[in-house]
Ligand binder design. Structure first.
Ligand SMILES: C[S@@+](CC[C@H](N)C(=O)[O-])C[C@H]1O[C@@H](n2cnc3c(N)ncnc32)[C@H](O)[C@@H]1O
Length: 267
């Protein structure tokens, strides 16, 4: 017999996800949540969702597992190419010589965005002159980002000269995959971080990308997240959201718009 996540149970999960992650799960997502969490019920041999909800309320490691299953982690290399061009043409050449360039992929997923940037920076700057930090609330995607191993198909979006230089073709049990060059990883750091809080430990950045995540938040949460992230941006630094997102309805007095979905911190 199918196990159903009923309306009350869904609302409990909805509230929990909203409080912890900020994601505003619409009612239409009930069946999706039901199917994503089913494997955890089967793992625990539960025959109803209420038992699972009781468990996540007392067991933090399982709550983390649940968050990992609920977040949507779609990403790819060189996503929204206009932003890479802006970075290459407008930001990198104007960065003060010998000042370390710090970049933050603030909803990094499995790291495709962070490695795309790392390849470009490594081409333009000496090793040690740049650093890329990736954070995400999902502990599983951060583990994957640290490894930097991707299906071969994902390399299709990587410019050919970068692919040749930084993507190592897998052999044997890694046939059909590629590994990001280890020399990049030395200048990178992937850690778990929640955008609902100020992430003081990652420090200040010249450029922050917060792309394809605001879409999951309501306006009040967007404001909270943007305010948190702004504390990590140097005055004069650049802030990018996705081309499909906007900051309408938010107070963005410290930012000026410089290109589509690109902002500069002015105070
Ligand atoms: C759709 S992916 C976007 C990945 C990448 N920025 C891109 O544009 O390709 C959204 C990511 O945001 C993460 N996320 C959602 N809520 C978060 C939060 N409160 N704190 C940190 N990361 C969060 C998810 O785990 C997911 O990996």
């Amino acid at each position: 017999m199918a196990i159903t996540l009923n309306e009350n149970e869904f609302v409990t999960i909805q509230k929990l996800i909203f409080q912890e992650v900020g994601i505003d799960l619409q009612s239409s997502k009930r069946l999706l949540v039901q199917s994503r969490l089913l494997k955890r019920l089967l793992y625990y041999k539960f025959d109803n969702y209420l038992d699972y909800i009781r468990l996540i309320q007392v067991k933090n490691t399982e709550k983390i597992e649940m968050i990992n299953l609920i977040t949507t982690n779609e990403t790819y290399f060189f996503r929204e190419i206009d932003h890479f061009e802006f970075l290459q043409k407008q930001i990198i050449p104007n960065h003060p010589f010998k000042k370390k360039f710090r970049f933050w992929s603030a909803a990094a997923s499995v790291g495709a965005e962070a490695y795309s940037i790392a390849m470009l920076l490594d081409r333009s700057m000496a090793k040690g002159d740049w650093e890329v930090v990736g954070t995400d609330i999902n502990t599983e995607v951060i583990k994957k980002a640290r490894i930097g191993l991707y299906p071969e198909k994902w390399a299709d979006k990587i410019p050919i000269e970068l692919k040749k230089e930084y993507c190592l073709k897998g052999r044997g049990r890694h046939e059909g995959q590629f590994l990001m060059d280890r020399s990049l990883v030395e200048n990178m750091d992937f850690t778990v971080g929640n955008l609902m809080k100020y992430n003081s430990e990652v420090g200040k950045f010249d450029v922050i990308w917060l792309r394809n995540v605001l879409i999951y938040f309501d306006d009040a949460t967007k404001q909270l997240v943007v305010d948190n992230v702004m504390r990590n941006l140097h005055v004069g630094g650049y802030f990018f959201i996705s081309l499909t997102e906007n900051l309408n309805m938010l107070n963005t007095a410290s930012l000026e718009s410089v290109a589509t979905s690109v902002y500069r911190k002015i105070k």
